[in-house]
Design a binder for this molecule. Structure first.
Ligand SMILES: Cc1ncc(COP(=O)(O)O)c(C=O)c1O
Length: 747
């Protein structure tokens, strides 16, 4: 701190010249703070108005951005230093060079809730490093005052996300400390470290804990890298502006019920509190900053819808998507300490603050010409696997605990048990994919070179290829017009004394008539292998598909309802067959680690690494099954009866049916696919008839006539079918199909 003389109206006055350093100075709050320090409002504390000689912003520009500092960059008292505070020497050097009297420590790694939960260890470690490097650097540089900016995420988890009611939290409710996230933990540790430094006499410490900060930033909201963009209110504003810019759609989709609430705190109020902290709240422990007012997401969504109407003249429908997670319920601040110690009370209400934020997002989009129709349409894939933190954490836990060999072991057994329990099978045996599983199944029911196996002509190519892998012969049969699976009548005609086995494919998870097929095969003593690769989650007459045959085969490839990347599993109630399959997939031995081989076998094993993912995915299966049914119902309600579009309702054939993929049929299949593609929606043509595949084309038993397969196959298109689709996504797809159909009907 320098003491100088300042001449004013012929009077001499002593004045303190203070240098201030802001870590995270290029971020959303940091850049606003720099502005507040350099261009104080009339009611800013005196020290800010009269004593500041220099403001140094330190930032590594990972989330922060220089454009946030446009408003201050030309001020001669301002300086920017690019520095990664996670490196101790860099941090000490930056702080020493700035010679600050006051340090506002805001820097941390936070990039949205998703990021925090997917990178827990990284976030935790980086924040600990940043805190300790900054606090040590402050001690070494003789800093007088440190204002540590913490977060309400440091409150215990049960207070952060209570199931019911509004929870108002007091600062002393921090113990026992149990923050919900590594982010909350790391920020709490920083508070403790700052307190330790204070007790040791290093410097004065003020600690401010912030609730949900929002507000007009200096930031570019369209920049996905910017942490402000990831907060719920700007994200909702942007979504609404983009939805309004789209022709036709006009739906603002909100995750969850909308009943979740937050204590939304305007950034201008935060800056005011931080400036007051220096004079009012040093060495007084934690002071939390919030409005104390709970605001539901539903309310903010309604407000945003009104702004869209007022400022853009567009009508948006609100859609609360209960299928998506709504995150924390919320929490609000008790305001006593902020009032008594800091002399602070929030001034900006959500009404004024949110409209201002909306307008700043609108300006931002306009300056980037984002309001143009369709530019921001999110692509909808036809299918995508769905993994999240659960899989990431389970894998990370697996790699850390015990001595993971990665190969097939306990996790594979656990996965097998979970599938057995879910399907009701006596045995489930995991293998490395759904092609190999079919091959093993055929081998183990006795199919050998030259034998004939009946295969439906409408399937994925893996089905007949599994037969060919054994050197056996394929005999293709046509499918039934309603179920698109082979019928018992067709099989009755097709089975001859040469038939060594039948493969039934429950195409698109449809099991209609499998009971009769099973009875026929039993009667004729022909082994029945169920290719139920697409059918996990589908029951027929109370029994899971795959259990009607001697053995059933499933795939866990990426487009399946659950996936292990690659993977397959066989289910059977036959003890002897199960034992043979187990040996066959493990070199023909009855246990690992021995070189005694009882039967001919190969290495078709899964790995424990995949099984870890499989176990986690299995826990999600019941939700996905339910969700697929809802998705089908929504598609069917919108698209059945649309002229020129046919949807097959397999629910009438089997009430427990859930779809693997959503299939529609039309004479203009290529045009429909093209229409969807132009609107960012991916589709996939259904399988061509196998006998017309170039690799078959008249060879390998593919001669014959298959009119039903040809009829459906040439007209079929799979629409987006992931269980991850939101209702709004499905709506968008349906709008697109309807738009196409009505343009055709006008031709
Ligand atoms: C009906 C059918 N059979 C077999 C397979 C082959 O499974 P995988 O890709 O796991 O080898 C699939 C999946 O792709 C399939 O849909």
């Amino acid at each position: 701190m320098l003491v100088g003389l300042y001449i004013h109206h012929h009077c001499f006055a002593a004045i303190v010249i203070m240098r201030v350093l802001v870590t995270g100075g290029a971020g959303f709050i940091g850049s606003k703070l720099c502005l507040g320090l350099l261009r104080p409002d009339d009611d800013a504390p005196i020290w800010v108005k009269e004593e500041i000689s220099c403001v140094v912003a330190v930032d590594n520009l990972w989330r922060g951005s220089l454009s946030n500092l446009d408003a201050v960059k030309d001020d001669p008292r301002f300086e920017f230093v690019k520095c990664d505070l996670a490196y101790p020497l860099d941090a000490s050097a930056a702080i020493a060079a700035a010679r600050p009297d006051v340090v506002y420590h805001l820097a941390d790694v936070v990039a949205g809730i998703d990021y925090v939960f997917s990178n827990e260890a990284f976030v935790f470690r980086q924040n600990l490093l940043i805190n300790s490097n900054v606090l040590r650097g402050c001690g070494q540089a003789g800093v007088k005052s440190v204002i540590y900016v913490g977060t309400a995420c440091s409150f215990p988890a049960h207070l952060q996300s209570a199931e019911e009611g509004i929870v108002a939290i007091h600062e002393d409710q921090t113990y026992p400390a149990a923050p919900e996230s590594s982010y909350g933990w790391s920020k709490l540790m920083g508070e403790y470290e700052a307190e330790l430094a204070r007790k040791a006499g290093a410097f004065d410490v003020g600690i401010i804990r912030l609730h949900n900060v929002y507000g007009r930033g200096l930031v570019d909201y369209t920049d996905e890298k910017n942490s402000a963009t990831l907060q719920v209110l700007p994200a909702l504003c942007l979504k609404a502006i983009r939805a309004a810019a789209k022709s036709g759609s006009g739906v603002l989709s909100v995750y969850g019920s909308g009943e979740q609430y937050r204590d939304f705190l305007h950034v201008d109020d935060v800056v005011r509190a931080l400036l007051l902290c220096k004079t009012n709240a040093m060495n007084q422990g934690v002071v939390q900053i919030g409005t104390g007012v709970p605001t539901t997401i539903k309310r903010t969504a309604n407000m945003i819808r009104d702004y869209v109407k007022q400022h853009l003249g567009a009508e948006l429908d609100l859609h609360f998507d209960a299928s998506m997670p709504e995150g924390d319920r919320g929490r609000v601040a008790v305001l006593e300490r902020a009032r008594d110690i800091l002399g602070w009370k929030a001034r900006v209400g959500i009404d004024a603050g949110l409209e201002d934020l909306f307008l700043s997002c609108l300006e931002c989009c306009r300056s980037k010409q984002e309001a143009r129709p369709r530019r921001s349409l999110k692509p909808i894939p036809q299918m995508e696997p769905w993994f999240d933190d659960a899989e990431r954490n389970a894998l990370s836990m697996y790699m850390r605990t015990g001595s993971p060999w990665l190969t097939e072991f306990r996790k594979t057994t656990q996965f097998e048990n979970m599938v057995a329990e879910y399907t009701g099978a006596k045995h489930a045996i995991a293998v490395n994919n759904g092609t190999v599983s079919l091959t093993i199944a055929l081998w183990c029911v006795g199919v050998r070179q030259g034998d004939e196996v009946i295969v439906p002509n409408f399937s994925m190519v893996a089905t007949p290829n599994a037969v060919l892998l054994l050197g056996a012969k394929v005999k293709f049969v046509d499918v039934d017009d309603a179920s698109l699976c082979v019928s018992v009548e067709t099989l009755r005609d097709a089975i001859t004394p040469r038939t060594k086995a039948v493969i039934h494919v429950s195409l698109n998870a449809c099991g209609h008539g499998i009971d009769q097929i099973s009875a026929l095969c039993k009667k004729l003593r022909v082994p029945l292998v169920e290719d139920s690769a697409q059918s996990l989650g589908s029951f027929y007459q109370g029994k899971h598909l795959g259990l009607y045959g001697d053995v059933g085969s499933f795939s866990f490839s990426a487009p399946k309802i659950i996936s292990t990347g690659q993977g397959g599993i066989l289910v059977t109630n036959d003890d002897k067959l199960a034992s043979l399959i187990r040996k066959t997939k493990d070199f023909g031995r009855s246990r690992g680690g021995t070189d005694h081989h009882e039967v001919i076998g190969w290495n078709f094993k899964l790995t424990d690494m995949q099984a870890v993912i499989g176990c986690t995915q299995m826990k999600k299966l019941p939700f996905r099954v339910k969700r697929m049914r809802q998705i089908f119902d929504q598609y069917y309600a919108r698209l059945s009866g649309v002229p020129g579009i046919t949807m097959l309702d397999r629910r009438t054939l089997s009430p427990d049916w859930i779809p693997w993929f959503i299939d529609v049929y039309t004479d203009d299949v290529a045009e429909l696919a093209e229409h969807m593609k132009k609107r960012g929606i991916s589709t996939r043509k259904v399988y061509p008839p196998l006998h017309l595949q170039p690799c078959y084309n008249g060879a390998y038993g593919s001669r014959g006539s298959f009119p039903v397969t040809e009829k459906w196959s040439s007209r079929g298109l799979w629409l987006p079918s992931s269980s991850k689709l939101s209702n709004a996504d499905v709506d968008r797809v349906c709008n697109c199909v309807v738009e196409f159909a009505s343009s055709r009907s006008k031709l």
